[in-house]
Every structure is written in structure tokens, then in C-alpha cells.
Design a protein around this ligand. Structure first.
Ligand code: SF4
Length: 300
């Protein structure tokens, strides 16, 4: 059989940048990271072996002054910077520049419109409630932004008031376009004359991967999608692969390859040219995909 790793899979620019920052800062001394640096348990464990300590918000409030804390690519709300300043903590800000720019745009929109008319306008974020990036985005509006995950949640909006719609960077372009169409239609129904502005702020580093991954999945007889179980991006991209090739399987570590080895070796007995593809999410390290390939070859 032939085993290929998808050339387009692996860390996006923002995650690569944050991990490089962590590795370089670890050489200078002890370092904390607020939340998992990436939604991949194997990569978190690798960096923890190098000394990176993952903390939560409660820990942040009790760290000694002069501790050094890295903020990951997802970004943070202003309150995090405020707590760090109060406690004399040194912040190493590895927020992805794409997320930073989106935070700035949302904050500017909030500042510009917060005193509009008697009824304030609605800043709406198409995103996953509770996701770290979304918490950072809501924080730019003093947590007044409304988070919508799908069309069923549009009843949270008042169509008689102005709407400014943005998107979490990792949502789907189709989902965003569907929301825009639905909001336009509902506004038409109530004959709203208020402003409706929408900003497609989806990161193309993720959006462009769907087609590339699906092409890769179709070009292989069987696909192993490598991703972290906590990564929403991994779950979404896995589903896209599965749509393109029914024989797509999710694995989070090389050890899980054992679960598929009988099936793969049976297939390769009947098809000596069996093509096995290995791919992953924007949070999947290349070394993990390589470890999966080695395990598969060793088992065949
Ligand atoms: S997906 Fe895009 S916005 Fe998010 S961290 Fe990666 S490069 Fe940055």
C-alpha cells in the first residue's frame, strides 16, 4: 500500500507562530500558558515536557508577580490583560494577527455605535458560544455582543434594530452566507429600515482547507484524519473528509492506528495498490501525522 500525508494539513500560521513563541520563551525560563496552547493533547504534552505549564483563569489570579504568561493564538478579552497588569504578570502575547485584527474591528464598531439612538445596535458574532476566541471577541464589546451559532438561534435578534454581523475566524463560509441571507429575509419581513452590515471575517487559512482536504480524501482509498478530541476545527474538517470519502476514520494518536490495522491490511491484501491518506486539522502537528504513518507502515 502507499501511505501519503496531505501536504496542506497541519498547523496554520497562527498556531505555528504561538508554538514558536512558546519554544523560544521557554529557553529564557519558566513559562505558563493560559489554556491549552493548541487543541491537541499530544502537542500540549510535548510542550509540557519542555516545561510549559498550562493554567486556567483561577490560576492567573494567584500567580506570583513577574510570572510570565503566554496568551495563545485564540486571543483574550481585555479583562485578561487587566488581571495580568494588576498582578504584575509579564504577558507574552501570541494572539494570531488575524484574530487581533478582528478584535480591533469589533471594538471599533462597538465604540462607534454604542451610543447610537435610544436603542443601542446589536453586534452579532457568528461563532461557538464559550469558545476561547469568541470570549475574546465578546470582551471587545464589554460582553454585549450576541453570539449566534446557527439560523435556529436568530430569535435572539431584534430585526427592528441595527445589526453588525462578524464571524469567528474558523466558522464555515457557507454557514455565514446562509445567516446573511436569513437575516436579510427576516428584516424584509418586518420592513426594517435599520442598518444591516456584515463582515465575512473567516480565516482563509481554514476555509480554503475544506476543498483541499476533500480533494485529498477523494484521491485516497482510505483516510486517517488525525486530530485532537477537544478541537472543534478537527471535528468539522473530519466531517468534510467523511463526506468526500466514507472510509475516513478519526484518530487522535498513533496508538489508535491499531484499531484500524486489520481493516487496512485486509483491504491491502485484495488491493496491493491501496492508497492510504493521512491528514489533519489546523491544530494537528506534522510530527503526529508522521508518527501515524510510521505506525501504519510498521504494522502492515
Ligand atoms: S485559523 Fe487563521 S485566524 Fe485562527 S489561528 Fe490559524 S491563522 Fe490565525
Amino acid at each position: 500500500m502507499r501511505v501519503t500525508i496531505d501536504a496542506h494539513s497541519g498547523f496554520c500560521f497562527g498556531v505555528t507562530r504561538a508554538i514558536k513563541a512558546a519554544e523560544s520563551e521557554l529557553e529564557k525560563g519558566s513559562l505558563y500558558c493560559l489554556g491549552d496552547i493548541v487543541h491537541n493533547g499530544q502537542e500540549v504534552a510535548r510542550l509540557e515536557m519542555k516545561g510549559l505549564a498550562t493554567i486556567d483563569y483561577d490560576d492567573l489570579r494567584t500567580l506570583p508577580s513577574h510570572s510570565r504568561v503566554l496568551l495563545r493564538a485564540h486571543g483574550e478579552p481585555p479583562s485578561t490583560y487587566w488581571i495580568a497588569k494588576q498582578r504584575g504578570i509579564e504577558v507574552i502575547d501570541a494572539t494570531c494577527p488575524v484574530v487581533k485584527k478582528l478584535q480591533d474591528r469589533i471594538r471599533a464598531c462597538y465604540e462607534q455605535h454604542k451610543n447610537d439612538e435610544a436603542v443601542p445596535p446589536q453586534i452579532v458574532i457568528y461563532g461557538k458560544p464559550g469558545h476561547a476566541e469568541v470570549i475574546g471577541l465578546q470582551g471587545q464589546t464589554k460582553n454585549t455582543a450576541i453570539v449566534i451559532e446557527n439560523e435556529a438561534q436568530l430569535d435572539k435578534l431584534d430585526f427592528g434594530r441595527a445589526i453588525y454581523l462578524f464571524s469567528q475566524t474558523t466558522k464555515s463560509v457557507e454557514g455565514f452566507q446562509g445567516l446573511v441571507e436569513k437575516i436579510s429575509s427576516l428584516r424584509h419581513d418586518v420592513m426594517s429600515s435599520c442598518t444591516f452590515e456584515y463582515h465575512d471575517t473567516i480565516c482563509r487559512s481554514v476555509a480554503n482547507r475544506v476543498k483541499e482536504l476533500q480533494d485529498f480524501a477523494r484521491a485516497n482509498d482510505i483516510v486517517l484524519f488525525v486530530g485532537g478530541t477537544k478541537s472543534s476545527n478537527a471535528k468539522v474538517l473530519y466531517q468534510h473528509c467523511k463526506e468526500a470519502n466514507e472510509r475516513t476514520y478519526f484518530v487522535s494518536s498513533a496508538d489508535e492506528i491499531d484499531d484500524f490495522k486489520f481493516q487496512i491490511s485486509n483491504l491491502s491484501n485484495t488491493n496491493p495498490d491501496l492508497k492510504v491518506g493521512i491528514c489533519g486539522a489546523t491544530s494537528t502537528p506534522l510530527w503526529l501525522m508522521e508518527a501515524c504513518r510510521e505506525k501504519l507502515i510498521a504494522n502492515s
